[in-house]
Design a protein around this ligand. Sequence first.
Ligand SMILES: Nc1ncnc2c1ncn2[C@@H]1O[C@H](COP(=O)(O)OP(=O)(O)OP(=O)(O)O)[C@@H](O)[C@H]1O
Ligand SMILES: [Mg+2]
Length: 227
Amino acid sequence: MKRRIYIAGGSKGGVGKSIQSVALIDTLTSRGEKVLLIESDTSNPDVWKMYSGEVQAELVDLDDANGWIDLVNVCDQNPDHAVVVNTAARNNRGVTAYGQTLNSTLSELQRDLVTLWVINRQRDSLELLRDYMEALPGSRTHVVRNSYFGEERKFELYNGSQIRKTVEDAGGRSLTLPDLADRVSDDLYSRRLSISAAMKELPLGNRAELARWRADVHSMLGTVLDG
Ligand SMILES: Nc1ncnc2c1ncn2[C@@H]1O[C@H](COP(=O)(O)OP(=O)(O)OP(=O)(O)O)[C@@H](O)[C@H]1O
Ligand SMILES: [Mg+2]
């Protein structure tokens, strides 16, 4: 299988792009893959703060043409790493303007591009997804319903939508990201802990909740990583 570039997208603020990136890095590293994190949220680099001590990590501004050049070059220089890109809110403008820089180099990079598009239950998540898929047609795009915003069945807008059909007809999946208890996600964010660091440092009950979430995440993402 070709090495991959994973983009944790969603464009909207606060939908769960960062926690999706964390879930992905943890799943990849526990499978023994070398990971390169591209943190493009330069104003609030939360994933970078959690993971720069554990995996190779670069800060790259994807609102700017230079950032997309850097992204392609760093992927080219690290052919044996799976790349995880944590995107910032409102990143769709950068994708529309410069996404072609990446799209046009995928075959030379010998990389597959896989997007995990995180949604809440609102309509604009879906409208932004349509624009994104047009701007980056080379991406295999999966949709992630973040159950922090409610159970899977409550995502009625997406579940019954045309965009769901478009995603699935193109080989994408509709996935559900498990909800982690707030007090444990607060531990990760406020203490800037990776999942594996948190599995050493948190109190037993918190670790048990994290282990439950982690196992669910690994099985959810397993279908994407193997597919
Ligand atoms: N599945 C989840 N389980 C537990 N907490 C979650 C989950 N998804 C989101 N959250 C909480 O919601 C908040 C926002 O999530 P996150 O930072 O991942 O969103 P984001 O899309 O990266 O936001 P931003 O646009 O600001 O970068 C976080 O404080 C996190 O704790
Ligand atoms: Mg974020």
